[in-house]
Design a protein around this ligand. Structure first.
Ligand code: GZL
Length: 328
């Protein structure tokens, strides 16, 4: 091989060597920037029974996406056993933190003890549990249901302030054993207890659902001829009850005064046209607080035991012209 060829050959070999070396050097010189693992929040939702619940779910899903956390979400379709199974799956998956809306107050100690033994923090949203061990959950995020019930009663006292006759009230209550149903009754009854003219002639559960609200109201109208007030624990049942009232040829909001809880757009629209007299807000938009609380708990920070929502009351006396869209 002539001298020139030998020189070209060695230049080519050197070039190949240098490019290989620099590639290796790149590999070692740039330590891999480990991608930070996204926080994993497991959420066991109770169902999809009302416009409130749909709004609550959307709020949680949007907040998880905005907060760059991974959400493992399940819907128990109104069955406690499904919620318990979902929480057990989240424990097995070893999520970083668990939140759930307990459909009823009782029956959670065993599964929450399992989560505690697995070292996974759990917090409650939207509904309370009844337990002797408050250490089983980090906090509660949601409404004060007794206060909502009291607000409903205060509206009635103002509405009937000038009447000294008996005021007959029928109560459409929520899911039996659920903390919003228990609290809304307790607060309502307590606030009315100092005025004997208010008489609750019956209380029946519509399970927070429109269809059952209509069915129960139908039966109440057949049994009681002298209903002055309907106190309904949520707007979904109220919409069903109004269908029944109108089918009976009775004027909702006039012949029967109606108080409803949640604050869905549909209820506000009926308030504006006089078919409902008072809407007590129950705020479903808990997503941002849920995500913020999940991050704090995973960082080992302490949080308040109860984080209550800010809520309003809308009445027939208010100017609702400029009220923004409710979003649920
Ligand atoms: C209240 C929530 C209730 C709503 C209903 O925080 O749990 O459940 O008032 C829903 O609309 O079904």
């Amino acid at each position: 091989m002539c001298k020139l060829k030998r020189i070209v050959h060695s230049i080519v070999l050197m070039t190949i060597f240098l490019s290989l070396f620099s590639a290796c050097q790149d590999e070692f010189a740039q330590p891999q920037v480990l991608k930070k693992k996204a926080l994993v929040l497991g959420f066991a939702q109770l169902g999809d029974e009302s416009g409130w619940r749909s709004g609550n779910t959307i709020s949680i899903q949007k907040a998880a996406s905005d907060g760059n956390i991974q959400l493992m979400f399940s819907n128990a379709e109104q069955k406690q056993e499904n919620q318990i199974k979902a929480i057990r799956s989240l424990i097995a998956y070893r999520v970083d933190v668990i939140a759930f809306a307990p459909i009823v107050e009782n029956g959670w100690d065993n599964v929450l003890t399992e989560a505690k033994q697995a070292g996974i923090p759990v917090f409650l949203t939207d509904r309370y549990i009844r337990t002797d061990d408050a250490g089983l959950y980090a906090c509660y995020i949601g409404s004060n249901f007794q206060e909502e019930g009291k607000r409903a009663a205060r509206f009635l006292k103002k509405k009937f302030a000038d009447e000294d006759r008996t005021i007959n009230i029928v109560e459409l209550s929520g899911t039996v054993g659920a903390s919003p149903a228990l609290g809304r009754s307790e607060g309502f009854y307590k606030e009315l207890s100092d005025d004997s003219k208010f008489k609750i002639i019956t209380s029946q559960s519509g399970d927070f659902m429109r269809s059952k609200g209509k069915e129960v109201m139908n039966n109440m109208l057949k049994k009681y001829r002298n209903i002055d007030v309907l106190y309904s624990h949520n707007d979904a049942m109220t919409l069903g009850a109004i269908d029944a009232i109108e089918n009976a040829g009775i004027r909702p909001g006039k012949d029967i005064v109606i108080i409803s809880i949640d604050g869905e757009q549909a209820a506000i629209d009926l308030l504006k046209i006089g078919k409902i007299n008072c809407v007590i807000e129950c705020n479903p938009m808990l997503g941002p607080t849920i995500v913020d609380t999940a991050k704090k708990l995973v960082r080992g920070e302490s949080v308040p035991k109860n984080i209550y929502s800010e809520e309003k009351v809308f009445t027939e006396w208010d100017d609702l012209t400029d009220l923004p869209p409710r979003g649920y």
